[in-house]
Design a protein around this ligand. Sequence first.
Ligand SMILES: [Zn+2]
Length: 266
Amino acid sequence: MKKTQHLRTAFFSRRRVPDCPVYDLHGHMGPVYGLHINRESAAQADAVLKRNGVRLLVFCHHAALLCPDIGNAANIVAVRAFPERLRAYCGINPNYPDQIEKDLTSFDRYPDVYVGFKFHASFHAIPITDARYEPAWALADERGLPILLHTWGNDPQCGYTVIRQVAERYHRAPILLGHSCHGAWDEAIRLVKDFPNVYLELCAVMDERGILERFVEELGSTRIVFGTDYPWFSHHYYIGAVLGSGIGDEDCRNIFYRNAKRILGK
Ligand SMILES: [Zn+2]
């Protein structure tokens, strides 16, 4: 089948295309120490999403990852203030196992907020294979909930070697490789081929020309999801980079919304 690229023209002339919604499965919120983040509040995020035609942002508030005294409360407040376009990953900080226990015990009180979990193992300097993450892995796997991992190369905390070890243990939870093991593209492709529940996420991938095209050529487009790390990076850039890569309309649709809707059970 010949690939068409009508979507590119439609987006470039109208900025958003109603029959091609965008689901951003990798976002954040709130301030971060050491740098200025533009548009850090939930209200600002909601306005940006609306303007850019982003149907849903699934995020993990920086506080949930970096401020154990606040933890996931910040996720809950943000989603409940803007439920139309926001959902959250329950952030897991393995340095605070007591907090993990509380978050998992109360998880079912927030079906309107949480879609799954986020692990940022390099922030926390504890590999994703560590026993402290296990209760969250087990709950996600039992229910088929996605876990978004920050992944990078062969980082000892979150690189392809430890990803392979967890993928061998958990077969039901969609494992979303945030940044697709950045730089270790061959190994990322191998993981998707070997494990049917592993997905590649595109944030930071687009800084290297030709990688998305290679992913699609080797894997098709049903195991690739769209993400931006918003508000770290912009939707304009990432949507444009996917459309400009030269992949076909059907692949863009899989990446922008079809795969995400399937993962989220919508
Ligand atoms: Zn992130």
